[in-house]
Design a binder for this molecule. Structure first.
Ligand code: C2E
Ligand code: MG
Ligand code: MG
Ligand code: MG
Length: 284
């Protein structure tokens, strides 16, 4: 221990650092096992059309159902999965499960919907990603137009030339591409014209105070104008109140996601809610 060290020695690890490193190692070990035991599940959040209230798409969000830790949110394990490379098998599982579930819903008679899957940086940089996704679509029987991939600005800006090519190869298959958390990166806007994109997702941080903060409102208004002039759609994240919704609608936003419409739900709950809303509509 540090106290026993002679003068001039550095204390490399404090007890707190040791505890943190131990926790992190345990998490990594458990995560590896979770991958083998398939302890992951996808929750789904609808993407709602502003004008009609219709749901034509949803976002798949991964959770880890750990017997010891409970339901673990992605922010607590995705970064570690990225650092360790586990994101590749995990991301492959997410893609496969999202396509499989969406195809199963289609076959069961639900209206055709698009499912959006988040891609991490390391996953996006795999040279064979476009072929991998193409094979997955064949295997699950899902149409490419029913798949959407969400990437953040930093993911595509890491190596713009390679990213442009990857996006091109995905887009050419008919896959829909969204820029997630738009506005929070530090990238220039010039990439918007170089990349094959379909939708900008306005980050939740701009939506939170949109009806009271003139700066946020101005930013969102400009992003919507920019997107539309580039023939991109705009979806707002994190809409929790009717006030936010009304404001975004006034600004011409195309779609929204948020607790106001629904929290991300386990597949069975998502399906039940969807069927209920379809039945209600038909009864009306
Ligand atoms: P994201 O892709 O930006 O997803 C939106 C996050 O906001 C989700 O958190 C969602 O549950 C949450 N959210 C949705 N509506 C509201 C709202 O009205 N209010 C608030 N406060 N939050 C809302 P979640 O599920 O914890 O996911 C966090 C992040 O983890 C995601 O951010 C995404 O970057 C990442 N992630 C999730 N699933 C995956 C995955 O399968 N692969 C990868 N690579 N990353 C994933
Ligand atoms: Mg997302
Ligand atoms: Mg987002
Ligand atoms: Mg986010």
């Amino acid at each position: 221990h540090a106290k026993k060290m002679g003068r001039g020695n550095y204390q490399f690890f404090t007890p707190e650092m040791n505890a943190a490193a131990g926790k992190r190692l345990a998490l990594e070990r458990d995560l590896r096992r979770a991958l083998e035991l398939k302890e992951f599940e996808l929750h789904y959040q609808p993407k709602v059309d502003m004008a009609t209230g219709d749901v034509h798409a949803m976002e798949a969000l991964v959770r880890w159902r750990s017997p010891e830790r409970g339901l673990v949110p992605p922010n607590e394990f995705i970064p570690i999965a990225e650092e360790t490379g586990m994101i590749i098998p995990l991301g492959a599982w997410v893609l496969h499960e999202a396509c499989r579930q969406n195809r199963a819903w289609q076959l069961s008679g639900l209206p055709r919907m698009r499912v959006a899957v988040n891609l991490s940086a390391y996953q996006f940089r795999q040279p064979n990603l476009p072929e991998f996704v193409a094979a997955l679509l064949v295997e699950t029987g899902m149409d490419a137009s029913c798949l959407e991939l969400e990437v953040t600005e930093s993911v595509v800006m890491h190596n713009p030339a390679d990213a442009a090519l990857t996006l091109e190869r995905l887009h050419a298959q008919g896959i829909h591409i969204s820029v997630d958390d738009f506005g929070t990166g530090y990238s220039s806007l010039s990439y918007l014209k170089q990349f094959q994109l379909d939708t900008l997702k306005i980050d939740r941080s701009f939506v939170r105070d949109i009806s009271s903060n003139a700066d946020d409102a101005a930013i969102v208004k400009s992003v919507i104008a920019l997107a539309h002039s580039l023939r991109l759609k705009v979806i707002a994240e994190g809409v929790e109140t009717n006030e936010q919704l009304d404001f975004l609608r006034m600004l011409g936003c195309d779609q929204y996601q948020g607790y106001l419409s629904s929290r991300p739900l386990p597949a069975a709950d998502f399906e039940r809610t969807l069927r209920l809303s379809i039945d209600l509509r038909q009864a009306a």
